[in-house]
Design a protein around this ligand. Structure first.
Ligand code: COA
Length: 175
């Protein structure tokens, strides 16, 4: 994704937040995101666009130029504290914003997105890549296992409802 793609970043994100499983998949609501000013999306497109070394949003584009899906990889530095208050012990990638448009699901787009996102994380010297997935998001969990991720055993409360859980899935660097 390039910084001048910000309007398409916004459009894809708002579509993701209207997905039937958005309440499990994403912490943000459609209403909150839709209310954000253009400057928010412009900043996001700079901080996770081509040229940034702290985050990278990867887009799957179809032959006609439309966007089929996206993942974003954030770099987490060793010695920092993560969003849930846990120490980050190793430099790692953290995948967020995983979304494939319904009409492109089940055809390998998710594998292609992760291949590019994970390769970028290794280029940034990450030692592992992780993500969090809701305990009831069975399709996403199956997709992550297929790609090579496995549960680490770390379970955190889902911030929208403390009674629900999110599972950490990890892909270790092999070389
Ligand atoms: C999660 C997501 C990116 C995965 O992409 P996808 O193209 O749907 O994934 P795939 O179909 O390749 O893989 C999912 C696997 O789960 C299986 N599956 C489908 N529905 C399932 C269900 N309800 N329960 C369990 N497994 C299911 C599929 O059969 C497939 O396995 P297979 O390839 O061995 O047949 C996509 O479904 C999506 O955008 N979902 C909405 C947003 C979301 O949940 N994001 C993740 C937030 S952590």
């Amino acid at each position: 994704m390039r910084p001048d793609d910000w309007e398409r970043v916004k459009e894809l994100r708002l579509d993701a937040l209207r997905d039937p499983v958005a309440h499990l998949a994403f912490l943000e609501t459609y209403e909150n995101a839709a209310a954000k000013p253009d400057s928010f999306w412009q900043d996001r497109a700079v901080t996770s666009g081509e040229g940034s070394t702290t985050a990278r949003q990867v887009i799957a584009e179809t032959a006609d130029g439309s966007w089929a899906g996206s993942v974003t990889v954030l770099v987490e530095e060793a010695g920092t504290t993560d969003w849930a208050g846990f120490p980050v012990e190793r430099r790692q990638g953290h995948v967020v914003g995983v979304f494939v448009r319904p009409e492109h699901r089940g055809n390998g787009v998710i594998e292609a997105l992760f291949k590019a996102g994970v390769a970028w994380a290794w280029e940034q010297q990450a030692e592992r890549v992780r993500l969090f997935v809701h305990e009831d998001n069975a399709r996403a969990q199956a997709a992550y296992r297929k790609i090579g991720f496995a549960p680490s055993g770390l379970v955190v409360s889902f911030s929208k409802d403390e009674a629900e859980k999110e599972l950490e899935f990890v892909l270790e660097r092999s070389v």
